[in-house]
Design a protein around this ligand. Sequence first.
Ligand SMILES: [Zn+2]
Ligand SMILES: [Zn+2]
Length: 792
Amino acid sequence: MRYAEVLIDLPLQVQDTIFTYHIPPALTGQVEIGRRVLVPLGRRKVEGLIIEADAAPWPDSQPLLKVLDEAAVVDHTALSLARWMAEYYCCSLYTAIKVMIPRRLSKKTGRTVIPLVTEGDLNELAGIEGEPYLLEFMLELQESGECSYKKARELLSEDELLKLEDQGLIHCGGSYRGYRAVKHSGHYVIAQFDPLTDGLTLQKRAPRQAEAMALMAAEGRAEKGWLEQRIPADSIKALLAKGFIKLEQKIQETILPAYSLSRDQARVYQAVEMALDGQAMAEYLIYGITGSGKTEVYIRTVESALRRGKSALVLIPEIALTRHLVEIFSERIPDLAVIHSRMTPGERHEAWKDIRSGEVKLVLGTRSAVFAPLSDLGLIIIDEEQEHSYKQQEQPRYHAREVARQRAMQHSAVLLLGSATPSFESFNEALKGRVGLLKMPERVGTAALPEVFIADMRKGKAGAISDILRDKVSQMLSRGEQTILFQNRRGFSPLTICLDCGHIPGCPHCSVALTYHRDPEREICHYCNYQTRVLTACPECGGHKLQHMGAGTQKVEAEVRELFPQARVARLDLDSSQRKDAQPRILAGMKNGDIDILIGTQMVARGLDFPGVSLVGIMDVDNMLNLPDLRAAERCLQLIVQAAGRAGRRDKGGEVVIQTFNLEHPVVQMAQRQDYESFFREEIRGRQLLNYPPFTHLLRIVLVGEGEDAVRRSAERVGREIFELGDAKEDEFVILGPAPCPLYYIKNRFRYQLIVKCDNILLLSSIGKAILTRGSRSGIKFQVEMDPLTSM
Ligand SMILES: [Zn+2]
Ligand SMILES: [Zn+2]
């Protein structure tokens, strides 16, 4: 009898559940690491994944019930990546695996529905009580053993099936059949082969293989299809396995663009070429100012990796940018797949399938694309690597850059991080020499860096637009050039204050002020979306002198329309982009010159290239600087530099106006000089002094619950437990807190946090896992996050 180790899918579990099952003779041929199976667990059946196909015997083991897939869903490399993730990010192995594979692994037509409970248990299930038709469906399913998804859909809605699936009553995943790799045209070439010694051995033992070598001897290569017609597939396989020959896949001839590379671009390209030749893991930070032509370097290096028969992965921070980049890339590299979070499960499955089969060699996408099942990965590019969107905010709380680094190591691939304002982590590594630093300090062509003006908001009226900015906007209008106004807050006014008693009306469910919105007129909580009619009297003192304070995008828009009634104005933020097609329409309007002034949140700051923009106004840096967060200054300067980078991208030098009350603030000073590097050197000293990242690791533990006392007491207990867990190693770590989170009451729940500082990552993750395992007491939720990017 043979045995298999199966990782059981138990959601909400922190610990991995692994059991040994015996393999019934009928299933022997189907058992393989990485396939999903159905196994008995207590009186239930659950899904699991085979992680060992040849396990040690286990007395009294139960049998595997069914092998769900016809091919492995995850391969060895993916499995070891998942193991690393589970360890590093304190999650279960199954959680890590699930983020790598599409939720649906087959088309709807290929799916089957299998009951997971026995008949006796059905009646006891609370979940479907009072819903007799669901119970009836389950009983029928019990009787037939399984049915097609199509048939199930005739009886129940998709939502109802999902509900049963979520309750663990049915399994409706399809079977993964595996996909035959597409036959690329290409050549077999002789690799390491000595005609004398190796040739002689082959002639004696494997005449067909010797024949193949003879056929290739003259030119050192043979066309793939030609050789396959003459030599049996097994013999070719054997030669490949021995390393005597290798397959060189023919990649479509690349279409070279009309213009040549700048000096900076050429230098960076050369360095990456050499790294690709090196065939060892190599990492580079491309520190290139906005407009230095990083995108062209990305395309050339991707082409170069593909020419070598390798695959490539390009990550970008935001969906809004995908369309733009896909257009640029697909002009030169036609076969690419796109992965982003707004795809339907069906689309995701299709893309995954094409990648897994080797049909596409280039994947472009947002965070989760880092798991694209490309084999033979040669190059990974992460554009705007400092962006926080690369960090997932729910379990597994991974950072795509860290995952990419692991994958690059697995494949001996080249990892390129690109940024005009690198994260402190990456910049520090580069300056220390652990990561190659490639600078691109000049803009492509004749474009100059924009000239930066500081507007002192202490002078002048209470409006959102300073005199200097107003003058510059009207200059642009008269010259027919475009302006972008960047305001990091949406709505009209971020808070309302009673001038009689000083009260600031807040959300009843959260510890935050309500934002005043127009169109429609409302007070809205930006954290829980609580909405109320606009207050006419102070809820505290009944006074009527309520004043809206500060500016959001809507207020900037209103002032702009009043000052420049003739201008064509558009606003791009979370509210305006909710309207269908608003975003593409506005972006097209900017491109075509149909918009004079664009107002927006950080959606307008990133990566978009509008040649007609000559002026960028940064409306309010102070609110970004004043966040009680470790990375507030870093984040603020990154946003300013990015936004400023929108100005004057072609031949004209642009202008930037920064409005602030804090003229002396180092961030404002550095922003004026556009000097990110000096800012970094200044700021990093403070981090080192206080021993903060990138000099150490942080583990953030957040406790969330309804009763404040209970949450606080729990947090205190966790603090004590960490000391116990750390035991003899307590001089290796520091615990900050417990303390209320800056956002301490959100959606009717109190939030407390502890932050553990420690440079021993193994110790830190073991603490995290232990806390999670002991956690979940009396309605209090635990969130454990390694390397958090915010502490709000
Ligand atoms: Zn009042
Ligand atoms: Zn709220």
